[in-house]
Design a protein around this ligand. Structure first.
Ligand code: ADP
Ligand code: MG
Length: 568
């Protein structure tokens, strides 16, 4: 259908556009980063598809991005010769926001502009950021390999509607013309645009080209020796950042690259950049975000590590590159020794990929260990965002169980504070003479754990107890049964064997009590009969009269509750 259609934006798009225009005014220049980022993605996609079908290049395999401006027309134009889009794709990707996560995004909006603008950042503003500076956007595109008369023009003022029509377009790829709003003339400057590109897009591996005016040259007598002319100039460094040596990359460049790959607005917490040599050569550049993405708990959320082979982007759905408990990691892995023409299916079973995965996991664990050791404050920030995900680690990754165990942090009776900042190693270093177990209690909340009657005797004897109050903790301790040779012992289960911490005097007193109450115990036992397996005099309690204890090999009461809630 060549005819021009006018269609309405989805309500969600309108909502998003409105938010963006009114919340991001302080950082307008990011529109250029977003559009260049899309152009770069489009080039990546074309390169990948062309591996199997060379004709998609249409004789032009020098992928690049152009940025031009026109002072008179007040326009900025961003052009790429990447994969382009079909009419259907334009409608799906530009006219709607059918992205995964959109729903959660809207559910999370608070109405507080400052908070919401941070959320937009996490969500990724993308193409719509054009409307921060433009009151009309014209996108013209043609899919690589499609006939010239199958170009598509999309145009909108970003308010309620957009038009779409089929047009003639000779070159493949996408051209976006921004008609700047009143008052945005600052952007109509070569210097300004260059500095924005340098700032945000230097790491883009394609050349970003602007034209440069070369004035006429004259000799001493004033005769023109060369006329004024316009030349193309590459504005960015145009090499894949990860291929450079660490010493040549600034902190800012690392951060900008992170924002590009992670679609995040904020700086990352830490990164690891490493080249692994040997039979299986690869380079990795991996980051921990400053905070959890809103879809961290979404089972269908995309994994964050992109796979490249010899600098060619292969897939960002490389589930096999990071285990689930490290799903917050973002970045790239560039494999040198894999063949370029591997299919995604073969990748999934590739031994080399699993070797890369296990190497990459070790690098990430090393990065976290470093942070824990050298920057406790930063590590605490990390733990607050991702601790609950890391706790899946010992369950999922047996090979690295010990290293992961060292990364765990808990609340504890030692600090008597909700903050999870006690490591198992801290605990072990404080263990009492003769103590061979790590004591913990699980509960629904910190308050419940802290006030549990089970704790009384431990407090009395000065024994530290870890307070495990996250949902995942029950699973964690069912898989992490010991640390540093010490058994992890629930204080609500089985025999505690605390006698050895008693003084002679206490022991004598307890024996007397047991004798005195022998008949009482028998009476209670008779009344409760089959409802309990045993009634015992307890020295666990100091203030409470009685408590329920499960057998050493029984499910804990808390676990039982979770299972019931889950419908088991
Ligand atoms: P994101 O880049 O996070 O997917 P955007 O809003 O930036 O979100 O872009 C939405 C989609 O529009 C992209 O995923 C892509 O499919 C398409 N798109 C945008 N710009 C281009 C382009 N220059 N070439 C081809 N496709 C593009
Ligand atoms: Mg984008």
């Amino acid at each position: 259908e060549a005819k021009k259609e006018t269609l309405g934006f989805q309500t969600e798009v309108k909502h998003l556009l409105h938010l963006m225009i009114h919340s991001l005014y302080s950082n307008k220049e990011i529109f250029l980063r977003e559009l260049i980022s899309n152009a770069s993605d489009a080039a990546d996609k074309l390169r990948f598809e062309a591996l199997a079908n060379d004709s998609l290049y249409e004789g032009d395999s020098e992928l690049k991005i152009r940025v031009d401006f026109d002072e008179a027309k007040k326009t900025i134009t961003i052009t790429d010769n990447g994969i382009g889009m079909s009419r259907e794709e334009v409608q799906d990707h530009i006219g709607t926001i059918a992205k995964s996560g959109t729903k959660q995004f809207f559910e999370k909006l608070t109405g507080d502009q400052a908070k919401d603008s941070e959320l937009i950042g996490q969500f990724g503003v993308g193409f719509y950021s054009s409307f921060i500076v433009a009151d009309k956007v014209t996108l013209t595109t043609r899919k690589a390999g499609a006939p010239h008369d199958q170009g598509v023009r999309w145009e909108s003022d970003g308010l309620g509607e957009y038009s779409i029509e089929t047009v003639e377009k000779a070159g493949r790829g996408t051209e976006i013309v921004l008609h700047l709003k009143e008052g945005e003339d600052d952007f109509l400057s070569s210097w300004k645009l260059r500095s924005i590109i340098k700032k945000y897009s230097d790491h883009i591996s394609l050349p970003i080209i602007m034209s440069k005016e070369i004035p006429a040259e004259k000799d001493d007598d004033g005769n023109e020796t060369a006329p004024a002319r316009v030349e193309d100039e590459t504005v960015n460094s145009a090499s894949a950042l990860w291929t450079k040596s660490k010493d040549d990359i600034s902190a800012e460049q690392y951060n900008e690259f992170y924002k590009h790959v992670a679609h995040d607005f904020q700086d990352p917490l830490v990164h690891v950049h490493s080249k692994v040599e040997g039979t299986n050569e690869y380079t990795l550049l991996l980051y921990v975000p400053g905070r959890a993405p809103f879809d961290l708990w979404d089972r269908d959320a995309k994994h964050g590590v992109k796979l490249y082979i010899k600098k060619v982007f292969i897939t960002d759905d490389a589930e096999q590159l990071m285990p689930r408990y490290l799903r917050f990691v973002r970045g790239i892995v560039d494999a040198d020794s894999l063949p370029l023409n591997v299919s995604r299916e073969i990748l999934q079973q590739s031994k080399q990929i699993s070797a890369i995965k296990s190497g990459a996991v070790k690098k990430v664990l090393g990065m976290l260990e470093d942070m824990a050791e050298n920057d406790a404050e930063k590590y605490q920030k990390f733990w607050e965002q991702f601790g609950n995900v890391i706790k899946e680690g010992p369950i999922e990754d047996h090979k690295n169980k010990d290293r992961i165990a060292n990364l765990l942090r808990f609340s504890s009776t030692h600090t008597d504070d909700k903050t999870q900042n006690v490591s198992l190693a801290d605990y072990v270093s404080r263990m009492k003479e003769g103590q061979d177990k790590i004591y913990f209690i699980t509960a629904d909340s910190y308050a419940a754990a802290k006030n549990s009657p089970h704790l009384e005797v431990f407090r009395k004897k000065g024994l530290e107890v870890l307070l495990l109050t996250d949902r995942i903790d029950e699973w964690l301790v069912s898989s992490l049964t010991e640390f540093d040779g010490k058994h992890m012992q629930s204080i609500a289960k089985g025999e505690l064997d605390l006698d050895k911490f008693d003084s002679e005097e206490e022991k004598k007193h307890q024996e007397e009590v047991s004798k005195d109450f022998e008949s009482v115990v028998k009476q209670i036992q008779d009344v409760l009969k089959d409802k309990v397996s045993e009634v015992k005099i307890s020295h666990r309690l100091t203030d409470s009269p009685a408590c329920l204890v499960t057998g050493a090999y029984d499910m804990s009461l808390h676990m039982e509750r979770i299972m019931k809630e889950a419908g088991h």
